[in-house]
Each structure stands twice: as structure tokens, then as C-alpha cells.
Design a binder for this molecule. Structure first.
Ligand code: PAF
Length: 260
């Protein structure tokens, strides 16, 4: 595994990669969900690049940018055998100048996660496009847990003719149903129990019944809605149930797609 932290190091490592190249973009604090992305990447390509970068552009002023877990040594130990190149740039490597021009997520950026986190998806799309340019992959893999992010990335790639195939990888869950997330490590034991309400609400497959589970609980439901999984327009006959809730100070999201 080559660890590159500058653009020059990445370009040199990229030049030596053979065959089809896959990229898995992460913000570090890696868990089994990320490892599954990397394993799937291996099945799709001859070479794999993992990026580890906590992207300031996608965090709002009152969000957890400063306290977002940074566990680089552990991350490298976890993916060492699975990847060819790890790109771990500092913020000024990715943004040598102020990011004046950004990718807009359009209407997809204004609803659900975008409504709660204004500007979030513009920040995500901007860094994803930059990392695609820097790593030049044939294929990029993203987790389906961040369903709105995946929809926005698919739409960006289509609308801007980015020559990269985007693949979604199913959410990895704990045996009791909790979707894996780097933010789960913020949860106390009691909050972790409460967090199960998200997957339980989805399992009802019914918006009203799911919302009712939150009555009297300590978690604050932000939304539980049925949407169209490509546009994220709310639709009673949509194919995806999406949920977000705050458990303690931790905001968690999850979703469940109808069987095709
Ligand atoms: O899903 C994430 O971890 C991030 O949003 C991504 C795609 C790496 C962009 O910073």
C-alpha cells in the first residue's frame, strides 16, 4: 500500500496502477461498512484507491467538523491489505485556494438532509468531483446508507458527463439492525439502544407507524418519509423510506429500499 498525501505523490502512484481503477472515498474513522466498500471495489477493478479526507466544505458552522473522529493510524492498519493507494491529503492540498466555484446539487440539495444541513451536498459534490479528477477512477463506490448523497453523486456524474461509473453498495448493519456509521462512536450505551428506533421505524415500512415509535422517546425525529430514490421528491408510492433523527447530540440517518 502506498500512502500519498500530496497531489504529486498521488499522481505518481496513480500512474503505476494497472488495469481498471476503483476509488472509495471516505472521511476516515473506518468501520466494517467502509471495508465492505473496499472489498466490493476489489471485485470491480484491478486496483483500488481509498481517499481519507474530512471535507470542511460539507460541514455547517454548528456541525461536528472539529470533533469528527480522525483515526488515521487505525484506518491504515484496517485497509492496508485491501487497497493499493491511500490518499490522505491535508485541507490545503485539496483546497489550495478558497473554493469559490462549487458544484450545486440543485433541488436535490434543498430537501431532507439538505434542508437540515444547508450547503452540505454542494460541499459533498465539490469534493467528490475534485477527488474524481485527482484519482481518475473508472469506477467509484459509495454506501447506500447515504442514499441522498448517492443520488446527488449519480445525478452530478450524469449531468456533468463525468466519465466514471458510480456503484452503490448496500448498508452494513449490526446484528440488531443499527446501520454502521462513523458517528455511532459518539453514542453512549443508552443512546445506542435508542438509536435502534431508526431501523425499527424503517422496518414497519409505514410512515405513520414508524413515526409513532418515536412518541415518548428521547430521540428527536427529523423526518421519516417515502421518497423517489433518484429525485428525493416525497412520494406516497416512492421506492425508498428515509429517516433522520437526533439521538442525544448525534444526528443519524438511515433508509430502506423496497424490494424491486
Ligand atoms: O460519505 C462520505 O464519507 C463523504 O460524504 C464523502 C463521499 C467521502 C465526501 O466527503
Amino acid at each position: 500500500m502506498i500512502v500519498a498525501s500530496t497531489r504529486e505523490q498521488l499522481a505518481a502512484a496513480r500512474k503505476d496502477l494497472r488495469g481498471r481503477v476503483a476509488v472509495v472515498m471516505t472521511m476516515g474513522a473506518l468501520h466494517e461498512g467502509h471495508l465492505e466498500l473496499v472489498r466490493q471495489a476489489r471485485t470491480q477493478a484491478d486496483s483500488v484507491i481509498v481517499t481519507i479526507f474530512v471535507n470542511p466544505l460539507q460541514f455547517g458552522a454548528n456541525e461536528d467538523l472539529d470533533k469528527y473522529p480522525r483515526t488515521l493510524e487505525q484506518d491504515l492498519a484496517l485497509i492496508g491489505d485491501l487497497t493499493d493507494v491511500v490518499f490522505t491529503p491535508a485541507p490545503d492540498v485539496v483546497y489550495p485556494t478558497e473554493a469559490l466555484v462549487r458544484v450545486s446539487a440543485g433541488a436535490l440539495g434543498d430537501v431532507f438532509e439538505g434542508a437540515s444541513r444547508p450547503g452540505h451536498f454542494d460541499g459533498v459534490l465539490t469534493v467528490v468531483l475534485k477527488l474524481m479528477h485527482l484519482t481518475q477512477p473508472d469506477v467509484a463506490l459509495f454506501g447506500e446508507k447515504d442514499a441522498q448523497q448517492l443520488a446527488a453523486i449519480r445525478r452530478m456524474v450524469a449531468d456533468l458527463d463525468v466519465p466514471v461509473t458510480v456503484l452503490g453498495v448496500p448498508t452494513v448493519r449490526e446484528p440488531d439492525g443499527l446501520a454502521l456509521s462513523s458517528r455511532n462512536r459518539y453514542l453512549s450505551q443508552e443512546e445506542r439502544e435508542t438509536a435502534l428506533l431508526l431501523s425499527k421505524a424503517l422496518q414497519t415500512r409505514d410512515v405513520r407507524a414508524g413515526r409513532a415509535l418515536f412518541d415518548g422517546s428521547s430521540a428527536t425525529l427529523d423526518y421519516l418519509e417515502r421518497v423517489d430514490s433518484t429525485t428525493f421528491a416525497a412520494a406516497p408510492d416512492g421506492d425508498l423510506l428515509v429517516i433522520a433523527a437526533k439521538v442525544g447530540t448525534t444526528r443519524l440517518i438511515d433508509n430502506l429500499k423496497d424490494a424491486p
